[in-house]
Design a protein around this ligand. Structure first.
Ligand code: NAD
Ligand code: DAU
Length: 357
């Protein structure tokens, strides 16, 4: 049995998946990484352009719901580790169009579980301990009041089509452990931020709109609370769960960084004012904030108790929220072309051209 892993990363062209693949390339350059991504609106090949020629990295454009493709990858590549990021991830989109969430998040996860079950249970894994790590969210636990934290034993209470689809997939993953003995692990993480985040999510949206002098939409009263985690801390936690986690266990991952949305938006505005000076209007960027109609069923507060992963695996976040925002704003300032290409849709054309060759 070998130690070198052959890892199927699903959704590696998205925000967290791309950060994770970069981390893996640096930490374990001899591990083979196969990135399976459908390249939906949220997937961007440019996120991985710098490693596209790496001999231990390969990209396959495909859908996790397509059993034939997924089975073929398991057999051809002899997959022993799955890190499953691929999902429809945006809550607002799940409210206006839930069907894709049910398909990708539930049927897609089921398809991957079936492929792993068939392949590993037939004894085809090349490592002693194969691992199916399902990347999930704290939103499965529902919404908190003013106090309290989500632990790994908090009952599921999802409120949006997105969180309901993720909760469903978590249940399926657990069922495959109890029924078939599939070596699964689940991580439930809080809100991530950092490089490569698609500019529909709060932090990059506020950055992009404020650079363009547009209004900064804050839902409701702006007092909903999220527990923010710098994406590279999340990726490091996933590495710890692969290396040291236990099958059948789930691990909560959080930043211990509870902030009201309005505090987050104010901090981004102030950081940009400090770095770039005031905009042409002469008004601080906070003046662009506009309170808008609330999200339907908007969860009030999320907060993670991450004691288990700290005690069992020795992981804790390394980047404070203030440091993380500084790094994130610097990244977006240095990569404005990346944002502009997404916002004007030219990256979609890039795929069409690339795949029509
Ligand atoms: P993202 O939307 O940025 O990326 C999703 C990726 O999955 C894209 O590259 C997309 O092309 C791909 N994809 C979508 N449908 C697919 C399909 N049917 N087949 C193959 N590929 C497909 O998402 P993200 O923010 O990077 O989130 C990654 C995972 O982490 C998700 O499972 C999400 O639920 C979970 N998560 C996200 C956060 C967060 O704050 N962003 C927090 C906790 C958990
Ligand atoms: O908690 C983990 C989840 O975090 C992940 O599972 C999801 O995939 C990820 O998208 C994220 O969900 P949120 O809904 O919390 O993220 P979003 O960036 O969309 O919104 C963060 C908060 O900001 C939320 O309370 C809604 C609010 N918001 C969002 C947008 C886009 C605004 O006030 N204005 C906005 O324009």
């Amino acid at each position: 049995m070998k130690n070198r892993r052959t890892v199927l990363v699903t959704g590696g062209c998205g925000f967290i998946g791309a950060n994770f693949i970069h981390l893996l390339r640096n930490k374990y350059p001899d591990w083979r990484v196969i990135n399976l991504d459908k390249l939906t609106y949220a997937g961007n090949l440019k996120n991985l352009q710098s490693i596209s020629e790496d001999e231990n990295y390969s990209f396959i454009r495909g859908d996790i719901c397509d059993a034939a493709t997924v089975n073929r990858i398991f057999s051809a590549e002899k997959i022993d580790t799955v890190i499953h990021f691929a999902a429809e991830s945006h809550v607002d989109r799940s409210i206006t169009g839930p069907a894709d969430f049910v398909q990708t998040n539930i049927v897609g996860t089921f398809t991957l579980l079936e492929a792993a079950r068939k392949f590993w249970i037939e004894g085809n894994s090349q490592v002693k301990e194969p691992c199916f790590l399902h990347v999930s969210t704290d939103e499965v636990y529902g919404s908190l009041g003013e106090t309290g934290y989500f632990t790994e034993t908090t009952p599921f209470d999802p409120r949006s089509p997105y969180s309901a689809s993720k909760a469903s997939s978590d249940h399926l993953v657990n069922a495959y452990f109890h029924t078939y003995g599939l070596p699964v692990r689940i991580t439930n993480c809080s809100n991530n931020y950092g490089p490569y985040q698609f500019p529909e999510k709060l932090i990059p949206l506020v950055f992009n709109n404020s650079m363009k002098g547009k209004s900064l939409p804050v839902y409701g009263d702006g007092k909903n609370v999220r527990d923010w985690l710098y994406v590279k801390d999340h990726c490091q936690a996933i590495v710890e769960v692969v290396n040291k986690g236990r099958s059948g266990h789930c691990y909560n991952i959080g930043g211990n960084n509870e902030k009201q949305n309005i505090e987050v938006v104010n901090l981004i505005c102030d950081t940009l004012d400090r770095k770039l000076g005031l905009p042409e209007s002469g008004e601080p960027r906070r003046s662009q904030i506009t309170f808008v109609k609330d999200r339907l069923g908007h969860d009030r507060r999320y907060a993670i108790d991450a004691a288990k992963i700290k005690e069992h695996l020795g992981w804790e976040p390394q980047v404070s929220f203030e440091q993380g925002i500084e790094k994130t704003v610097d990244w977006y300032l240095a990569n404005q072309k990346w944002v502009a290409e997404i916002v004007d849709g030219s990256y979609e054309q890039y795929y069409e051209e690339m795949y029509s060759k």
